[in-house]
Design a protein around this ligand. Structure first.
Ligand code: BG6
Length: 482
């Protein structure tokens, strides 16, 4: 097999917030795995920059522990010893002057320089200003920013303004880690690499589309962030929106950043204003062992949602009349994320009414296992007339591809795309703003009506009202965890 590694040149990656949770759980382990796969050339440097008073050796220790915990390697691992050698640390004050000259002195001219802003958005301005003032920004400089990118349209615009004052849009990488997931990219491969589906991919043949991102975890230690955010801001405005875009968009002329992002933007702009009775909000109750949402966020009056189900329409020629149902929540029955394209029944059954009604379904499974299933109708074997049966044509990536299906974590892919300078899987400024422009009126509506989410049992399918949303239309959700 041809090597799957696309080499990159030596680079410097600076992680602001280098001792934080994201660095520990995702960024540093992802870099280690790319190093293990020999994609990161030795000579590249990864520099942690944070307020914590530590030296490079202590940062290496921190990274070592993070990698051992996340990548299932031992402390004695040889790659690990080599990898941490490439790490350095600068104690820096984002709002003051300390550390900036030290950081500047560490950087090598003439190579890609990526600054990862793994800090709250309130620090973006200060970081950007200091990078500029200390002349650390050149043509090869990139910055990476995490979600949440604002909490509404006006704050997102303000952030875009702050960043665009110092960086060109081609230097700004707004991460939505769902775009780095292998199956999400596979969705594009399935749609645009095959002739089978695209002719049917429209309202003439598609009855509806279901997008579900279900989690079993609660809000964990992120209560105070989550109570101000809720599922709409935390998941729908970004991750589910991206899944919807990739499912609904027109084929771009080529797989290049602006061609893809132009098409996604058109989808967001074509979304209808969702009517209040087409959105169900839920909040999880306590279970025998686990606390309730309100306990987790330490706010007994919280009106924030941990679950959303909604129906929307992409108002364009391709999708007129085909509803998109989106659903996401925490503390649901299973970790289960998927996109299901439900095709219409055959227009006429030659087998008579007793054969029943049947339709095809294409199911693209993101989590926990990655795979694609096409449900087709066949004759039930044996005598007894023409009895029809729906069976899955199943392609579990793990079974079909074996070790080749070992998919990298989304962050591995995305960080290397930053180094390579490929923005295809990152959100553009106008895309983020359009997503907020769609989300804002929905949230404002809840606030002005004093809407209270419906309680649901922990580890269930969510509130019963979410089922009703579908049942009213004569449809049903696929059961979470089935
Ligand atoms: C994050 C959200 O962006 O995505 C979390 O802030 C959520 O609340 C997480 O749990 C889900 O990501 P994944 O990759 O585990 O599906």
């Amino acid at each position: 097999m041809v090597s799957r590694i696309i080499p990159v040149d030596e680079f410097d990656l600076i992680i602001f917030g280098g001792t934080g949770d994201l660095a520990r759980r995702k960024i540093i382990p992802a870099l280690f795995k790319r190093f293990q796969d020999e994609q990161i050339p030795s000579g590249s440097r990864i520099i942690g920059a944070a307020r914590s008073d530590m030296d490079a050796e202590a940062f290496r220790e921190f990274a070592r522990d993070a990698i051992v915990a996340e990548c299932k390697v031992s402390h004695e691992n040889k790659d690990l010893a080599e990898f941490v050698e490439a790490l350095d640390y600068v104690m820096i004050d984002a709002l003051g002057e300390e550390g900036w000259a030290d950081l500047s002195a560490l950087l090598q001219p003439g190579r890609v320089r990526a600054f990862y802003f793994s800090v709250g958005p309130s620090l973006f301005d200060a970081l950007a200003e200091r990078l500029d003032r200390h002349q650390m920004v050149d043509a090869e400089t990139r910055i990476v920013v995490e979600k949440p990118f604002g909490r509404d349209l006006s704050s997102a615009r303000a952030l875009n303004k702050v960043l665009s004052a110092r960086f060109d849009e081609t230097q700004i990488y707004r991460i939505d880690h769902y775009l780095g997931k292998e199956t999400v990219q596979n969705l594009m491969a399935v749609r645009f690499g095959n002739v089978l589906f695209e002719p049917l991919w429209n309202s003439q043949f598609v009855d509806h589309i279901q997008i579900t991102v279900a989690e079993t975890v609660g809000v964990g230690g992120r209560g105070s962030y989550y109570d101000k955010s809720g599922a709409m801001r935390d998941m729908v405005q970004n991750h589910l929106m991206q899944l919807l875009c990739l499912t609904a968009m027109e084929p771009p002329a080529k797989f290049d950043p602006d061609a893809v992002r132009d098409e996604k933007l058109k989808v967001i702009r074509a979304l209808n204003a969702v009517e209040p009775h087409h959105i169900i909000r839920g909040q999880y109750d306590a279970s025998a062992e686990d606390s309730s949402f309100r306990e987790d966020v330490e706010n007994p009056q919280s009106k924030t949602e941990s679950f959303i189900a909604l129906k929307c329409h992409v108002q364009n020629w391709r999708w007129a009349g085909t509803p998109f149902y989106l659903r996401t929540g925490k503390r649901l029955e299973a970790r289960d994320s998927e996109i299901i394209v439900v095709f219409k029944d055959a227009p006429h059954s030659i087998f008579g009414a007793e054969a029943g009604r049947h339709h095809n379904e294409l199911r693209i499974q993101l989590q926990p296992d990655e795979g694609i299933t096409l449900k087709v109708t066949i004759k039930e074997p044996g005598p007894g007339g023409m009895r029809l049966l729906d069976v899955p044509l199943d392609m579990s990536f793990a079974e079909t591809l074996g070790p080749a299906a070992d998919t990298p974590d989304a962050y591995e892919r995305l960080i290397m795309d930053v180094v390579r300078g490929n923005q295809t899987l990152f959100m553009r400024n106008d895309e983020v703003e359009a997503a907020w422009a769609w989300t804002d009126p929905i949230i404002q509506g809840w606030e002005s009506r004093g809407d209270v989410p419906k309680p649901y049992d922990s580890f269930s399918q969510g509130p019963a009202a979410a089922d009703m949303l579908m049942q009213r239309d004569g449809r049903t959700w696929r059961e979470i965890g089935q």
